[in-house]
Each structure stands twice: as C-alpha cells, then as structure tokens.
Design a binder for this molecule. Structure first.
Ligand code: ADP
Length: 259
C-alpha cells in the first residue's frame, strides 16, 4: 500500500483533520515487473538474434572467397560447398523459427493432418542430421516399432523430431543418443535420450518458454525457440511433451501424441 495524507485546517464546524488515503499498488508492482521482464526478453532476444544471424556469415563469406579463387581440386570443392550448405541450413533454420513464432503468436499455426508413420519420420530426421551428429561424434541409435501410424501434420511432426534430435546432438557432448518410438492403442510416444550436459531441476520447466535457455549454454548458439515451438505444435495436436534430466548425466524428452 502507498499512503498519501492531506492536512485540512480547522474550519466552520469541524476540527483540523488529516485525510489519509491508502492505495493498493500490488497490481501496479506486478505490471511493472511484467514490463521489466518483457524489456529484458526483448533486449536478450535482440542481442542473441544479431549474434546468431551474424555467426554463419563469416564462414560463408570465407568459403565463397576461396571458391572464387578456383584453384581447388574436386575434393576441396566438395568440402567448401559442404561448409556453405551447412551455414545456409543454419540460417534457414533460424529464419524458419522466427517465422514460426510470428505464425504461432498470431494464431496462424495451421495443422493439416494426414496419415503419417512416426517411425519413418524419425529415420528420415536421423538421416538428415547424419553430418551434424558425425561432426559432434555422437551416434544415433533408433529403437522403434516397425510402423507407428497416426493422423498428424507431417511437416510439423518432422519439425518436432528434428528439433529434439538436434538438441540431443548439440547438448549431447558427443555421447550416444537413443530415439525410441512406441505406441499403445490411442497414443504414439517418441522419446529422445541423450547422455549430455543435462538441465538443472529449476530450469526444466522454463526451457519450454519462449527465448528461455539454461544459463550454462550461452556458448552453444541458439535462439531458445526450438522447444517452445515443439510444445506449441505438440499441444495443438492434442499431446504433451515432458523432460526428465540430470545435470552431467543427460536428458530425455518425451512427446506423447494421440493417434
Ligand atoms: P536453443 O537450443 O536454441 O537454445 P531450445 O528451445 O531448443 O533452444 O532449448 C531451450 C534450452 O533448453 C536450451 O538453451 C538448453 O538450455 C536446454 N536444452 C534443450 N535440449 C537440451 C538437451 N538435450 N540437453 C540439455 N539442455 C537442453
């Protein structure tokens, strides 16, 4: 409460008095706190975004200059083109995440369900991330039932899978990764297990929020949007996503989707 007082001098028919008003500022303080958080998120985002968008440009420019010199043999050419392709993929992925945020917050996330085999999606996503996992030294093992079919949006299911898998590669410290796909009558379950850095208990729920990243991961690169997008898509599909993790031991992300 904030108190303000006004002195009223003695007048006709009344003693001198003091009028005190008490104003409840609890909500005001809350709004002030929310505003400060919003400003912090915006500032953090601008600094992360400019860094993330800038980082791939240096190797891109370098490789393009080398390619322009033309004194390459076929192997060198392929290596340089692979670097270029990787950095372009990275930028494409960042742009896609930003687009998805505006789509989701604007209520424009449209799901177009069709028959999808989750096992096939997982195998394709693991293949697509082969180069990335090889580079980090981690091997992806898949333990999946032969066909786990449901009605989901294929592009979005692929996105969930590859977001979780690329996190497992990124934060997995080159250790083995296990992806499991199972189902019961009504649900399909995808779990991605890594043996990497893990997540402290107090941060395990926050990492599903927009732009939230564990304090210890600043040097890994990323917007802090992947898991938020995963959760939005999973929940829009009627499912849920959970995490179990121990610092220094690894993490398991589990997505459960109605079929
Ligand atoms: P980004 O990886 O771009 O930061 P995400 O939204 O995908 O964004 O993840 C949010 C945060 O959750 C990460 O910054 C990291 O702190 C934590 N995280 C996600 N996946 C893992 C994982 N497999 N192991 C450890 N930490 C993880």
């Amino acid at each position: 409460f904030v108190a303000t007082g006004t002195e009223i001098p003695q007048g006709h028919g009344h003693e001198a008095m003091r009028v005190v008003s008490l104003v409840d500022v609890t909500r005001l303080k809350e709004v002030e706190g929310e505003l400060q958080t919003a400003v912090r998120i915006r500032d953090d985002f601008l600094s992360i975004a400019s860094h993330e968008l800038h980082t791939p440009l240096t190797p891109l420019k370098l490789q393009i200059e080398r390619l322009q010199r033309r004194e390459q043999n076929a192997t060198q050419l392929q290596e340089k083109l692979a670097v270029v392709a990787r950095q372009v993929d990275r930028l494409t992925n960042l742009a896609r995440q930003l687009l998805d945020v505006s789509r989701i917050t604007g209520g424009r996330l449209k799901l177009t369900p069709e028959e999808v085999d989750l096992t096939a999606v997982v195998r394709d996503a693991a293949d697509a991330l082969e180069a990335e996992s090889r580079q980090s030294g981690s091997v992806i093992a898949i333990d999946a039932e032969p066909k786990v079919v449901g009605y989901w949006d294929p592009t979005r299911i692929e996105q969930i899978t590859s977001n979780l898998l690329s996190n497992a590669i990124k934060y997995g410290q080159g250790k083995p990764i296990l992806v499991q796909v199972t189902h019961d009558n009504g649900h399909a379950r995808l779990s991605v297990h890594d043996n990497g850095i893990g997540i402290p208990p107090e941060q395990q729920q926050r990492i599903f929020d927009r732009f939230e990243r564990a304090v210890s991961v600043r040097h890994y690169g990323g917007f802090g949007l992947g898991l938020w997008i995963v959760r939005q898509i999973v929940e829009a599909s009627g499912g849920h996503v959970t995490v179990e993790s121990q610092v220094g031991q690894g993490s398991t992300f589990t997505v459960e989707l109605p079929r």
